[in-house]
Design a binder for this molecule. Structure first.
Ligand SMILES: C[S@@+](CC[C@H](N)C(=O)[O-])C[C@H]1O[C@@H](n2cnc3c(N)ncnc32)[C@H](O)[C@@H]1O
Length: 232
């Protein structure tokens, strides 16, 4: 079983897929933000991609940030387990996707946005060879400690080496709450990314009052931290 049982030792994403499918089926998606993430819209320009660049959004859910990226003139590739997320995303944004099949994936496409529905770890470099940049909000921190290294290794394997990343994490005392979302401290971001990136912290903001559900679960502090990861 997966971390739905408080077992943080799972190593395989298929062990976690039922957890996430259940979350979507039961509409327990408090991670979804109805507005564009503020740190993202404020700092994305530092990633410095020209219009028509392709941005990979791993573990994308139905994030409205993908519409914002599209509105900046970017092409977007999202990857997400849940077809409910894909359907909601296109419906809620008034888009009519075409659906095709590619290996194990369904690919929903409309208006310069393609969502691959399936397992992120099944993506291959041929699927993402056009990617110029990565936006990670609530993807790394959705994964238990045992899977985070594999996640970064897989990103490194499939994303062209010139691609920068905007990464947004949460930091909180991990013993006060079980993830997901997990707390990923700056030291771990360093360990995971420093081999291939120059890491710059852009902002660290106290967001506990904006997230009363976490305060109710007993968190004494919660910070949202944004990083620019520039390839070296
Ligand atoms: C915490 S949510 C964040 C969603 C989105 N990034 C956002 O900011 O709203 C994590 C999402 O990743 C998806 N997910 C988790 N593991 C995955 C995997 N291995 N492959 C594809 N999607 C995955 C889940 O279904 C869930 O929608």
């Amino acid at each position: 079983m997966c971390y739905s049982d408080g077992n943080w030792n799972c190593r395989q994403s298929d062990m976690c897929s039922s957890f996430w499918h259940d979350r979507w089926e039961q509409n327990k998606i408090a991670f979804h933000q109805k507005e564009v993430n503020q740190a993202f819209s404020r700092y994305w320009h530092l990633v410095n991609l020209p219009p028509r660049s392709t941005v990979l959004v791993p573990l994308c859910g139905k994030s409205y940030d993908m519409i914002w990226l599209r509105d900046q003139g970017h092409r977007v590739i999202g990857i997400e387990f849940s077809p409910i997320a894909a359907k909601d995303f296109f419906d809620e944004n008034g888009l009519s996707p075409t659906v095709t099949h590619h290996r194990t994936f369904e690919c929903w496409t409309a208006d310069d946005i393609t969502l691959f529905i399936g397992d992120f770890f099944a993506l291959e470099s041929a699927d993402t060879k056009s990617v110029d940049g990565v936006y990670d909000r609530a993807a790394l921190i959705a994964l238990p400690p045992t899977m985070r290294k594999d996640y970064v290794t897989h990103i490194d394997a499939i994303v062209p080496p010139h691609a920068p990343t905007l990464l947004i994490t949460f930091e909180y005392p991990q013993h006060e709450m079980e993830g997901p979302p997990f707390s990923v401290m700056q030291s771990e971001v360093q360990q995971l990314y420093e081999n291939r990136h120059t890491i710059t912290e852009l902002v660290s903001k106290d967001v506990l009052n904006d997230n009363p559900r976490f305060r109710d679960k007993g968190l004494s502090s919660l910070r949202e931290v944004a990083y620019h990861l520039a390839p070296t």
